[in-house]
Design a protein around this ligand. Structure first.
Ligand code: GLY
Length: 352
C-alpha cells in the first residue's frame, strides 16, 4: 500500500520525499488544480519551491476548469502529452481535489506502462477517500469513472493546511465521507463529529480526523484493492447519493451532501429489515444535522426520478434488484444484493 504522511506544513517535505523515493530523477511532472492553486497563491500560503536540480514541468494553467470537468479524455491526453518525456524513475505529482488526483493518477498508470506517482490531496474528500486506495480514472459519456485503473501512489502527502483554501460548504460536505468511515469502523471518530465539524484552522483536530478516517479506509482496502469484497462497504450512501448528484449537478448538490442523504435512505432501509433500530436512524440524522449536512430528499426531486437514477425504475424488469450497503447494529455494515424497487421506494418516501 501507499506510504501516507499526514500533518500541518508537510507540503514543504515534498521534494525531500521525491529525492528519497526517486533518487535518480532529473525531471518531475506536477499537475495542480488551477482553482486550488489560485486560492492558495492569493492567500500567500506558500507552496514547496521547485528544486534547482530537478526540471519541473507544472501543468496548471492549461487545465480547463476544476472538479469533474477535469475527468475527461481531453484532460487525460493533455496531461499525458505534457509529461510524455518523463522516465519511469521520475515522479508525477498530483496536487488538488479528488478529480485532480483521479485524472493525474490515471495518466501515471498509462504513461510508460505505469509510472510511480505522489498524491497531494487538498480537499476533505481527496484526503480521506479519493487519494487513498489507488482508484484512478476519468468519466465516460455513459457514466462516472468508467475508464480507469487501480494504481496506488507511492506516497500520499496530506497537508491539512490546504483545507483553508476551500469554501466552508465544501469542507462541510466533505465531512460526510469522514462520518461514513466512522459508521463503518470507528465509533470514536463518529463521536468526535457529534459536536460538528472543527474549524479549518484547528490543524490538530483535522490531523486526528484525517488520520482516523484514512486508517479505516486502508483497513477496508487492504486485501481488496480490486473492490470485489469488503472495500465495497465504502459505497455506503453512494447508490442514492450518485443518483442525486447526477440529477442535480455539483452546484446544487456537492458529493458529500448527496452521500449524507444517501446514507439516511440506506439506514431507513436497514431499519425496515431490522438491521438497525429506530434509535440508530434518528441518531444518524442528528449526527448529520450537527455537521450541517442535508438528510432529506429535496422536495423537487421525485422518488421515481431517484429510482430511475439508480436503475430501479419501471422500464427495467419487474423483478430487478439492486445492490446497496446497509448499516448494521451500532457500527458496521453489510452489502446486500436484493433491494427491490418497492423496498427502496418506501425508504426514499420515508426520507422526506
Ligand atoms: N471511494 C470508494 C473506494 O475507494 O473504494
Amino acid at each position: 500500500m501507499s506510504e501516507v504522511r499526514i500533518g500541518s506544513g508537510v507540503r514543504h517535505e515534498l521534494w525531500e520525499h521525491v529525492r528519497r523515493l526517486f533518487p535518480g530523477a532529473a525531471r518531475a511532472g506536477w499537475v495542480i488544480d488551477p482553482r486550488m492553486f489560485a486560492a492558495w497563491e492569493a492567500a500567500d500560503g506558500g507552496l514547496p519551491d521547485d528544486p534547482e536540480a530537478v526540471d519541473v514541468t507544472r501543468v496548471v494553467e492549461a487545465l480547463p476548469g476544476h472538479g469533474e470537468a477535469l475527468k475527461t479524455r481531453e484532460v487525460l491526453a493533455l496531461v499525458q502529452d505534457a509529461l510524455i518525456e518523463l522516465r519511469r524513475d521520475e515522479p508525477l505529482i498530483a496536487m488538488g481535489g479528488g478529480a485532480t488526483t483521479d485524472v493525474a493518477g490515471f495518466a501515471a498508470a498509462t504513461l510508460r506502462r505505469g509510472m510511480r506517482w505522489i498524491a497531494m490531496p487538498t480537499t476533505v474528500v481527496g484526503m480521506v477517500d479519493a487519494a487513498i486506495g489507488g482508484k484512478t480514472g476519468i468519466n465516460h459519456p455513459r457514466g462516472k469513472n468508467l475508464l480507469g485503473a487501480f494504481h496506488e501512489p507511492a506516497l500520499v502527502l496530506i497537508d491539512v493546511d490546504f483545507l483553508k483554501t476551500l469554501d466552508a460548504r465544501d469542507v462541510t460536505a466533505g465531512t460526510a465521507e469522514v462520518y461514513k468511515v466512522g459508521r463503518l469502523g470507528d465509533a470514536a471518530l463518529r463521536e468526535r463529529l457529534a459536536d460538528g465539524c472543527p474549524p479549518v484552522d484547528d490543524a490538530e483536530a483535522w490531523i486526528e480526523l484525517v488520520k482516523r478516517a484514512v486508517a479505516v479506509k486502508r483497513t477496508l482496502v487492504e486485501g481488496d484493492l480490486l473492490d470485489l469484497g469488503q472495500r465495497r462497504l465504502l459505497n455506503y450512501g453512494h447508490t442514492v447519493g450518485h443518483a442525486l448528484e447526477t440529477l442535480l449537478g455539483n452546484e446544487r448538490m456537492r458529493h458529500g451532501e448527496a452521500i449524507a442523504i444517501g446514507m439516511q435512505v440506506a439506514i431507513q432501509l436497514a431499519a425496515s429489515r431490522d438491521l438497525v433500530d429506530d434509535d440508530a436512524v434518528a441518531g444518524q440524522k442528528r449526527d448529520l444535522e450537527a455537521l450541517e449536512l442535508p438528510t432529506r430528499i429535496p422536495d423537487d426531486v421525485s422518488t421515481d426520478a431517484v429510482l430511475e437514477g439508480v436503475g430501479l425504475d419501471k422500464k427495467r424488469q419487474a423483478d430487478a434488484h439492486h445492490t446497496m450497503v446497509l448499516p448494521t447494529g451500532a457500527a458496521g455494515a453489510t452489502v446486500v444484493t436484493d433491494v427491490s424497487e418497492t423496498e427502496l421506494r418506501s425508504a426514499l418516501d420515508a426520507t422526506r
